[in-house]
Design a protein around this ligand. Structure first.
Ligand SMILES: Nc1ncnc2c1ncn2[C@@H]1O[C@H](COP(=O)(O)OP(=O)(O)OP(=O)(O)O)[C@@H](O)[C@H]1O
Ligand SMILES: [Mg+2]
Length: 339
């Protein structure tokens, strides 16, 4: 049996919902931590034995569970990891501003490229910060025209950066696309259609999204296979995450395959007592799915933005570079399924 943990997780979650079984009740009857149940439901666990125990708990044979999970995927029109043609589309999002989305998207794109993945970064923000970070002019005209449906039959031509990955530049023009997408209602599907012919050329497409819910965020999430939320440990840390998870749930009718992959601390200063407290709270808030790897605060990151290059290129041995590489390896193995 080929274990597809995301499909199985989706099936067991549905089963739990149908039976009104709470995660905490399932966990205590299985004698495991509640966080394991929520990880099993989102497909974040790779151990077949854990899914077998869950099947046993629900009184379902594992072969039947696999079959029903496949049927559920078919019904929802979800492409599974084995069937997906080409790139995984990974949205970097958080409805709070200034939490490190762009910095994370640019540097994780660079670290994934260094790891050997074929990467396309798409700057979906009219601020154009990811584009400027990479020293590319941030006009965003090509992406804007494509999103407005004005480039029919013409392929998008990404810019090749100096750091081993490609970029579709964003920038001011995108504000015009926002108005158009709002009027036409094409937001949920447009980007997915645009990326379709490019998916075969990449292993991962990373979307840097603007802060706050809105058409551009919906456009990104409508095209994404998964969403990962970078965050900072401040008093409002949970607000942006809860809002993002609500948006993901609301998008389910338009993009049923979209997975909330969890949140990751993108600017961690362990010397701050307040951050340690908030981190502990976040770990208890199991639905947030906090990753156990993080990016530490590092002055080299700000410098690298000023120098217009990823930190792995600017200060290869810095703390942050090591962290981005570690997280990139985690994304490659657990999200892209590349061993
Ligand atoms: N690991 C880090 N170490 C030090 N500074 C960092 C780190 N990560 C992010 N920053 C800084 O945090 C600030 C905000 O980051 P960034 O612009 O990436 O956030 P954002 O969420 O994309 O913002 P917006 O919501 O406006 O798009 C920047 O000044 C950036 O340099
Ligand atoms: Mg940003």
């Amino acid at each position: 049996m080929e274990l597809n943990q995301q499909s199985l997780g989706r099936y067991f979650k549905l089963l739990a919902d149908q039976r009104n079984a709470r995660q905490s009740a399932i966990a205590s009857s299985m004698g495991v931590d509640r966080s394991l149940i929520s990880k099993l439901f989102t497909g974040a666990v790779r151990a077949p034995a854990s899914y077998e125990r869950l099947a046993e708990h629900f009184g379902v044979k594992m072969e039947d569970a696999v079959e029903r999970a496949r049927a559920l995927d078919d019904m929802l029109g979800v492409a599974t990891q084995d069937e997906r043609e080409g790139a995984y589309v990974l949205a970097i999002a958080n409805e709070k501003g200034g939490v490190g989305k762009t910095t994370f998207a640019v540097n994780i794109a660079a670290a994934l490229a260094e790891h050997g993945e074929r990467v396309l970064l798409v700057d979906m923000d009219s601020q154009g910060s990811a584009t400027e970070y990479l020293d590319v002019p941030a006009d965003g005209v090509m992406l804007t025209e494509a999103l407005r449906g004005l480039r029919v039959g013409e392929e998008l031509v990404p810019v090749t950066t100096a750091h081993g990955f490609d970029l579709l530049p964003g920038g001011r023009a995108l504000a015009v696309a926002v108005a158009d997408l709002l009027v036409s209602g094409a937001g949920f599907t447009r980007l997915r259609e645009l990326l379709e012919p490019m998916r075969g050329s990449y292993d991962v497409v990373i979307l840097d999204t603007p802060p706050a819910a809105g058409v551009m965020q919906q456009t990104a999430l409508g095209a994404a296979d998964g969403v990962l939320a970078p965050m900072v440990l401040n008093a409002f840390a949970l607000d942006g995450l809860v809002a993002l998870q609500t948006t993901v749930e609301q998008l389910a009718p338009h993009n049923p395959g979209l997975e909330y992959l969890g949140c990751i601390i993108a600017n961690l200063d362990v010397r701050k007592v307040s951050q340690r407290h908030i981190k502990r709270d976040l770990e208890r808030h199991e639905d947030a799915l906090l990753w156990d790897v993080a990016i530490r605060t590092d002055a080299r990151v700000e410098e690298s933005a000023l120098e217009r290059m990823p930190v792995c290129a600017w200060a290869s041995k810095s703390k942050a570079s090591l962290d981005y590489r570690r997280v990139a390896r985690r994304i490659a193995s657990e999200v892209l399924g590349h061993g």
